[in-house]
Ligand binder design. Sequence first.
Ligand code: ADP
Ligand code: MG
Length: 509
Amino acid sequence: MGKVVVALAAGCAVAACVVASVMVGRSVRRRRAWRRVVRLLEELEEGCATPVGRLRQVVDAMAVEMHAGLASEGGSKLKMLLTYVHELPTGKEKGTYYALDLGGTNFRVLRVQLGGQRSAIIGHDLDRQPIPQNLMTSTSEELFDFIATLLKDFVEREEKGPITSQQESRELGFTFSFPVKQTSSSSGYLIKWTKGFAVEDMVGRDVSECLQQAISRKGLDMRVAVLINDTVGTLALGHYDDEDTVAAVIFGKGTNACYLERADAIIKCQGLLTTSGGMVVNMEWGNFWSSHLPRTSYDIDLDADSPNPNDQGFEKMISGMYLGDIVRRVILQMSQESDVFGPVSSKLHVPFILRTPLMAAMHEDDSPNLTEVARVLKDTLEIPDAPLNIRKLVVNICDVVTCRAARLAAAGIVGILKKIGRDGSGGIAGGKMKVGSKSKMMRRTVVAVEGGMYTNYTMFREYLNEAMEEILGEDVAPYVVIKTTEDGSGIGAALLAASHSASPTVDIE
Ligand code: ADP
Ligand code: MG
């Protein structure tokens, strides 16, 4: 009897030891897996680091590349495209103008009534529609017929009746936010598609002509008065509202910038004569590249998997189209290298499944249990039951990716300011100034900013504003104002249609 008890006790002790060692083994494994993901997060942080010294190198590189792009055709990855927009709206514009905004996620049609006094946009009506996915890779005729149909419906709704031939001709500003080589302020041909569009028969063709033909096919009497991109529209509205506005930047699905340049600084176009002595230059800065940009293996893979490898390098680190996908790639890597996310979800292999607004929602989740993070992980990535420490880890990943994006964007903006001598350093060729002399030389400088990433993603906006101050320093920062415009990409096109239908053209000697 005693022996049985002893044997039983011994058996129990062995079983307890086995259970304990399995548990210890499991917790050791769990700790090791956790350490592995923490290491990956640290590597990501190191790879994405943007200390102010590095940002200043990016500022310099941007200014240098701008010079190179203005000096010769193909002199830089920055195309520095002439827009032939030489006068920005003054506020005296009058009348009713239409605008079309095609450039990414949505397609917008606007009707703007101008009252002839500054800031007297009497009203604007807007119709916003998502662009059907199939039209992004269709033929130019299909794409433009779709646009012209919506335009005609909109005009009929606005003018309350069917279109008749007796009505006076309407003027249209067309915002087309893809790289275009302008041949005048109202014409230009498409250089290449970006942001997921691929209507191949359009490349090399005149964009205005494609639209004008579709408008005619629909029997609408409307003239394409200006062809611009969203940055130029934003600059036009920014300048209409505030004359100190010298540059405009878009942070939406893609990213781009334009600014007002002296005509004589556009060396690649010798003898450019404009009435104002200046011209708006479309930088196409999404394609900016510099060895100073902090690049990780995730960026390299994203680029290699994209339909446009080696292109739009800056955009791929900054814009709304890509940020979510960088985060997806990091989570995939972590999931493959450890089991902290459970078995690797097949959804993690789906490109662009984690859209940037969802990433932003996770990043900005301030609930104590990070319920929004849990929801996105479960609903979008099919990672159920992620414990709190994993949800925190995901927030950290979003933070690193967005912080880098915003700080690089800020460096890009300061690069523009440096090129035009508005960063307090005396311009790209300028020497050092005496301490205290900066503020005396500084002029108020406004940069108009627009796009869903900037307006809707608070953390992106805050990191960007913070980095601007850090780079510019406390003496200069107060003179630089970032102003958000609303629907500038469209309203600006209508404003320019108004100012350009009346103003003289540009001559080249
Ligand atoms: P587009 O660039 O298509 O003209 P917008 O300027 O409106 O359009 O920007 C839309 C883009 O902004 C979306 O594609 C998305 O990437 C980004 N975005 C929109 N809302 C948010 C958000 N809440 N957080 C982060 N990014 C957002
Ligand atoms: Mg846009």
